[in-house]
Write a protein that binds this ligand. Structure first.
Ligand code: ZN
Length: 505
């Protein structure tokens, strides 16, 4: 906000901001003597001058050639010693709920829920994420998410689940048929009472999503896991039809697929993006986690078809770390979650999913927390190793890796908003991805995959001013995202103190 607004215009500005969330442009902004780091550049542009007007970049020049305009409604930043990078894009999140809390629990704890819902959007910004893609949403859910004052730019995919298949199986009947408006009903299947199968064909579903404002289609191939293993899966011709009509509508298709069977199916159907890494290996009989010939064939075909690939390694850690005896004491958690929510996670009620998981795998009822931690570390070791090895294989061959965290991947508190992306980056480094590759996959590659690159993904004239001012070069170290100086969202400059939890905003 410009510093010299009168009280009255401040009030008017606030009212406008409430009436038109996201539509209001910030003051003009100019950043001088900054080093631009952007994925389309072969090398950084040093001592640059960048001007932002109406939330977009309007000029980039050498600082020595630029004439800085001074007026009262221009914010000037001296970028000496700082790096200017595009804001990050997380292309796989779920924003409808509060991690680890069921809707019923949310209704019972309105104060905690309110604090959480106010904080969660800020926590993504805190770690440099200025754009989110919710892979399963609706216009109503998105409107609720966007009703807060500081929210990353957010887009959504419609979730085209097969009727009663994954992931709509978790919702009770018959409400699930309302909550999943884009479900697919295949010919010859009995539709539920009151549901017209003609509005659940691939063509009808994709057209409706598109009209609702979705930019992408999310599909699923999952027979189940844990206690559920016999879910119906779509026919190949169904998903081929989804891909055909989605492409005709200009929408990429993402598929939930983390097994060899599912990723082979996705390849055959021609989907654009695998929304997970490949960690469930059915041909695997030994304890080895080295990539087997069968897994290699799938990964090689994905590389040949240039399929987008989201490793989402934190999915597995988000389950394992529920059993960590130290996770909830991590000081980084108190920067992204309100303290009353962290306290609730510690309560017997907040531990519900942890208890459910332990029961599901039939661990000894008398196991103490550190025994459970060890048991779950052992249990997840092989699948984590497989996910890491498959990711390393794709990374080493320069596959089209897309940065997506799947936050939260389950009702777990161990995928905390914002921080989960930072943790995912560490998993990617472990799998051999370089900071420069992570930077590209979280900016330009994601923007291109979701067809948003006209607006975001680089620091270039004409693009939206979703930018990060960093103290380190993000192509050299991921620590750059832990040392953010300022986040710029559609031209609005945000201090980290405005974004962190448990500070007076
Ligand atoms: Zn997901």
């Amino acid at each position: 906000m410009p510093p010299k607004l009168s009280f009255v215009s401040r009030i008017r500005w606030l009212l406008l901001a409430v009436a038109l969330p996201g539509a209001l442009s910030a003051a003009d902004l100019q950043i001088a003597h900054v080093t631009i780091v952007s994925p389309e550049r072969v090398s950084p542009m040093r001592d640059a001058f960048v001007r932002v007007h109406d939330g977009r970049i309007v000029a980039i020049a050498r600082a020595s050639d630029a004439t800085a305009q001074s007026s009262t409604d221009t914010i000037a930043i001296d970028g000496s010693g700082l790096f200017l990078a595009p804001g990050l894009i997380d292309s796989h999140v779920h924003l409808g709920g509060i991690p680890g809390m069921t809707p019923e629990q949310e209704a019972q704890h309105p104060d905690i829920a309110k604090a959480a819902r106010d904080q969660i959007p800020r926590s993504y910004l805190l770690y440099g994420v200025t754009t989110l893609i919710d892979l399963i949403s609706t216009p109503q859910e998105l409107a609720r998410w966007k009703s807060h004052d500081l929210v990353p730019d957010t887009y959504f995919c419609g979730g085209a689940a097969l009727m009663d298949g994954y992931a709509m199986n978790y919702a009770p009947k018959p409400q699930r048929y309302q909550w999943w408006p884009y479900m697919l009903i295949e010919p010859g299947t009995q539709a539920p009472d009151g549901i017209d199968p003609a509005v659940h064909t691939p063509q009808a579903v994709v057209s409706r999503m598109k009209a609702d404002g979705a930019i992408c289609v999310k599909t699923f191939f999952e027979r189940g896991f844990g206690g559920v293993r016999d879910l119906p899966v779509p026919k190949l011709e169904t998903i081929r039809e989804v891909v055909k009509v989605a492409h005709a509508a200009g929408m990429p298709v993402l598929m939930h697929a983390n097994s060899d069977e599912a990723q082979r199916f996705g390849l055959d159907a021609g989907v654009d993006i695998m929304a997970h890494g490949l960690w469930n290996w059915s041909q695997e009989h030994s304890t080895t986690s080295e990539v087997t010939p069968g897994i290699k064939r799938i990964l090689d075909d994905e590389l040949a078809q240039n399929v987008g690939w989201q490793p989402t390694m934190q999915v597995l850690y988000g389950l394992r770390d529920l059993f960590s005896t130290s996770f909830l004491s991590d000081p980084r958690l108190s920067r992204v979650l309100p303290s009353n929510l962290i306290d609730w996670y510690r309560s017997p009620e907040g531990q519900w999913f942890r208890v459910a998981l332990a029961q599901e795998v039939k661990f000894p009822a008398d196991a103490n927390p550190s025994q459970l931690e060890r048991l779950f570390n052992e249990r997840f070791a092989a699948v984590i190793d497989r996910g890491e090895h498959a990711t390393a294989y794709v990374v080493a061959r320069h596959g089209r890796i897309l940065f997506g965290t799947d936050t939260p991947s389950a009702p777990t508190y161990a995928n905390p908003p914002g921080l989960n992306g930072w943790l995912e980056m560490h998993r990617l480094i472990d799998a051999g991805e370089t900071p420069a590759q992570i930077f590209r996959s979280a900016t330009l590659t994601n923007a291109q995959a979701l067809k948003l690159d006209r607006d975001i993904g680089t620091v270039q004239v004409g693009k939206r001013a979703n930018l990060l001012l960093l103290r380190q070069d993000p192509t050299q170290t991921i620590d750059a995202y832990a040392g953010i100086s300022k986040v710029i969202l559609n031209g609005r400059v945000l201090d980290l103190s405005e974004l962190a939890a448990n500070t007076a905003h």
